[in-house]
Structure formats: C-alpha cells, structure tokens
Design a protein around this ligand. Structure first.
Ligand code: ADP
Ligand code: MG
Ligand code: ZN
Length: 489
C-alpha cells in the first residue's frame, strides 16, 4: 500500500512550486511623479497636495526627470533593455485612494524590458504613480478597527517603479533570498529607502504549483502586499501548501487575489482576478511619449555603483570569503559597508577572521539592526579580530569581549586587560602545569592518545579549556598535550 504524505506538505516531492514576483519600489526623489509636491513620510496628513495629485479638473501632469533617471538606473542594474521611447497609459479604476479615477502607469510600451538578477529573469520594469493612503479609524476616530476610513493624499503621486519577474522562483526560501538581493541592489543604487515596514518596498507574490517534472504552468494566485521578508516567505509557503492540498484532493486552483494574515496564518480571497481589459487602458493624453536620450542612458551607466552580486563575487575572489559568507555580507549592504570599514582598519589577510565576527555581532545587536548604529565601531571589531588572529585572545574570550563591546562600546584591548581575558599561552603562564594536571587526571585518555587514538585528546583539551575559562588557545593546548604525552612514552 502506498502512502501519501499529508496533503499540503510543502516539500512534497510530487509537486513543484512556481513563483513570480511583482515588486513596487517608491523612489526617493524630492518631489512627486507628476507634480511639484514634496515627498514625505510621517508628516501630518494632506499637507503635500496640489490640484494635480488631487486629480482636480484641468490640472496637468509633468514627468519628474529624476524619477526617470532612477528608473533607468534600476533597469540598467537589472540588465534590462532601456526603451528609447516608452508610453504612459491610464489604468482606470475607482477606489477612494485614487482621486483621478485612474493611475498613470505604463502598459504595453514600458521603459525597460528583459534582464536578469541572479537566477531570476526580469520580465519588465516600468514607472507609475502611487495611490493615496487609506487610514482605517474606529468610530472614536482613533486608529484601530475599520469603522471609518480617511484618506491621506501625501502619498498620492509618489513615483513608483514596478519590477515584474518571470516565474523563475521555486521555493519560499528562494523567493525571500532573491528579494533580499533585489533590495540590496536597489539600496546600493540609492534610489529608494527600500523599507518594507514603511511601504517603500512592497512585493506581490504570484504562486502556482505543478506536477514535478512538468513544464506547463499551473493556475496561479496572487498574494498582495507582503510587507516583510518573513511574511512573504510564510505566505508563499502557506499558499503552496493550500494549492498542493487542492490538487491532491482533485480540486482546481481558482485564479484569485489573496490576502495573507500573518497573525492567523490564514489566506483569504480579496477578489477574483481582474483582466487587463477591466482597466480600460489607453495612452495618457496629457503626456507626450517618454524619450530617454542616449545621453541619459550613458550618464546612468557611468553612475552605476558596484552591485551586491558583484560585491559578493569580489569578497570571494579577492578576500577569500566563503560563498555563503560573501552573500551574507554583500546582500545586506549595511553589513557589507560595515565589513569594508572594519577591513580598512585591518590587514587583507585578516578578512576571513573579520568577516566571521560580523554574524556574531549581528546576533548580539538583533538581526535587523545596522551594526553602524551599534556601540561597536568597525575599528574596534577590527582590533578584536586582530587580537584573535595574533593569539593574544582566544576565540571564546573574544566572544565575551564582543558582548561587552556591544553593551558599552570601548577599546577591546582595554576590555581584555580589565576583565583579565588575555590568552594564557606557553609554559611560562602555567599552561604546561595545567596540561600535566589534565594528563594526571585522565590517564586513560593519555594512554589511548599515546597508542595513536587521536580522538582521545578531546577530554584533555576540554580539561585545560575549562580550567582557563576558555582563555587558552585550543591549538596550542593540543600541541602541548601531544608533546607531554610523547615525552612520557
Ligand atoms: P497577469 O496578466 O495575471 O498580471 P502576468 O503574466 O503579467 O500575469 O504575470 C504577473 C506575474 O505573475 C509575473 O511575475 C509572472 O512571473 C507571474 N506568473 C505568471 N504566471 C505564473 C504562474 N503560472 N505561476 C506563478 N507565477 C506566475
Ligand atoms: Mg500583472
Ligand atoms: Zn501635487
């Protein structure tokens, strides 16, 4: 009798997940996409408005040149083809956050097509404007519940770039990892705050499943507005499980738009899928075609900074970091920046040692925190790595020093002296004496070691490390033990 795994298990070998992302990026321009209103976050509501972004009759849009430049930068960074001439279209729909009754977007002639970032192909990149923000109030007028809603038009007309991927992702983890790379890339370009909490980076995930080995695409659903990396991963995982469950039960997946509630883990349908014709797209009559001169393209090309994928490659190739460590640092730009600042205060040969200390620092300050904001300066981390590299401080003791640095800042060398954390080395420091005691304490282990059983050294090293509170260098202790055991043999 064959047994199926429980319905809806994500790692179901019989099914493959297919995921494509649509990402909205708020550009960090000083003014809005089609008017001169300032961009703001956190200002009192409705203080940055004008007839154009409020959609009043007769007001005309004017394209923000810097937004176009930023979009071109993004397109180039993603390896897209930049159209010399593209079109703005009206996407018509009614909603209270959309005062004109349409959004100016791009449709069949977008600014950028094609491209690739990592293992994911980019379908297109286009420019559009953001909607206003709906704020849901309770009856009391305070922010909670949704008895009453009010509109804040400050956000209305914020320049947005929409990035659409091909359906090249195949697991929730991969989707999350890739979005991390995209975020780091956009951050490096300096075109956006890319803050998912604040909505300057928003991702919709399109998800389908298909029998393993099939090359046809299954029916997809769309998870709207995942506002954190964790929720994206969890939402996609839940949706894959739901779809596999349906297919196993012989039921079809219905194409629809879903909302994932991170607190309950539930997926609820928002609406059935809308088609392009529902939006009655037509070319924006108040704007001429968008022409990007070669001059702007080549200026953007020369402005391109080193991007995270290239940075990771350089960390591997020039500094000898492992691929995993190189990605970890380069795909979170702030970690890469911090690492490079610390490296400037160290020797290139210490790069690997230094890089190994960054995750330990991150672990202590909170995984989302920027080490640049911590008490630990890059120079002091470099100093700590140097103390370990030279054997002046054991790795264990250095972890204690790091904890102190995170709490109070300061100079690692002073902390080592003050807390008596310096390495115990050589026979002068009594290490030889401790080794002698370890051997006396466990003659069995010593005998096995003498007989060639290398594993027997473990308990002997352990004895010395415990006796020194982890301040001895493990390698040196092992060397002394082997020396003494051999002398006796
Ligand atoms: P729509 O017309 O519904 O907007 P698109 O073809 O424009 O669909 O694709 C929108 C997004 O959905 C893209 O990111 C694309 O990669 C992804 N996508 C398309 N088909 C599938 C599918 N069957 N499974 C998963 N993702 C898909
Ligand atoms: Mg679409
Ligand atoms: Zn305005």
């Amino acid at each position: 009798m064959s047994e199926h795994p429980p319905a809806g298990v994500v790692d179901d070998v019989d099914y493959e997940a297919v995921i494509g992302l649509e990402i909205h990026v708020q550009l960090k321009t000083s003014t809005k996409m089609f008017c001169g209103c300032a961009l703001s976050f956190g200002d009192p509501p409705n203080v940055h408005t004008c007839p154009t972004c409020l959609g009043l009759p007769g007001a005309l849009p004017v394209v923000n040149e810097r937004a176009v430049r930023f979009a071109v930068l993004i397109g180039l960074a993603l390896g897209c083809e930049i159209a010399e001439r593209s079109l703005f279209h009206r996407k018509n729909y009614f909603y209270p956050d959309n005062p004109k009754g349409y959004q100016i977007s791009q449709y069949d002639v977008p600014l950028c097509r094609g491209g690739r970032l990592g293992e994911v192909r980019i379908h297109r990149v286009h420019l559009e404007e953001d909607a206003a923000k709906l704020v849901h109030l309770g009856q009391s007028g305070r922010i909670h519940g949704s008895d009453r809603s009010v509109v804040d038009f400050n956000r209305c007309g914020t320049p947005l770039v929409e990035i659409v991927t091909e359906p090249d992702l195949h697991s929730p983890e991969q989707a999350r990892e890739w979005l991390t790379l995209l975020r780091a890339t956009l951050r490096q370009l300096g075109v956006s705050d890319v803050n998912m909490d604040e909505g300057s980076l928003r991702a919709d995930a399109n998800v389908s499943v298909r029998p393993a080995g099939s090359s046809e695409l299954g029916t997809k659903t769309e998870l709207k507005n995942m506002n954190s990396f964790r929720f994206l991963e969890r939402g996609v995982r839940a949706e894959i499980a739901r779809q596999v469950g349906l297919l196993r039960a012989g039921e079809p997946v219905v194409q629809e738009t879903l909302h994932f509630d991170p607190s309950s883990g539930q997926l609820t349908a928002l609406r059935s899928k809308e088609e392009a014709h529902d939006y009655r797209y037509f070319p924006e009559p108040d704007l001429v075609p968008l022409v990007v001169e070669e001059e702007m393209r080549s200026a953007a090309r020369s402005e391109l900074p080193e991007l995270p994928a290239a940075r990771a490659e350089r960390f591997e190739r020039e500094l000898g970091l492992s691929a995993g460590r190189a990605h970890e640092l380069a795909f979170r730009g702030e970690l890469g920046d911090y690492f490079e600042r610390a490296l400037a205060a160290a020797q290139p040969a210490q790069a690997v040692e230094l890089a190994n200390w960054i995750p330990l620092l991150v672990e202590r300050i909170g995984s989302d925190a920027d080490p640049a904001d911590s008490n630990v300066t890059p120079e002091s981390l470099a100093e700590l790595a140097k103390l370990v590299g030279s054997g002046e401080v054991s790795r264990d003791a250095a972890r204690t020093v790091l904890t102190t640095l995170v709490a109070t800042g300061g100079d690692p060398r002073e902390i080592v002296t003050r807390e008596q954390l310096g390495a115990i080395t050589g026979e002068d420091d009594g290490l030889g004496e401790l080794v002698k005691r370890a051997i006396a304490d466990d003659p069995d282990a010593a005998e096995k070691l003498r007989a060639g059983n290398m594993k027997a050294i473990g308990p002997l090293v352990g004895y010395v490390m415990r006796a020194t509170g982890g301040r001895a260098d493990g390698g040196e202790v092992a060397r002394l033990i082997r020396e003494q055991v051999a002398q006796r043999g």
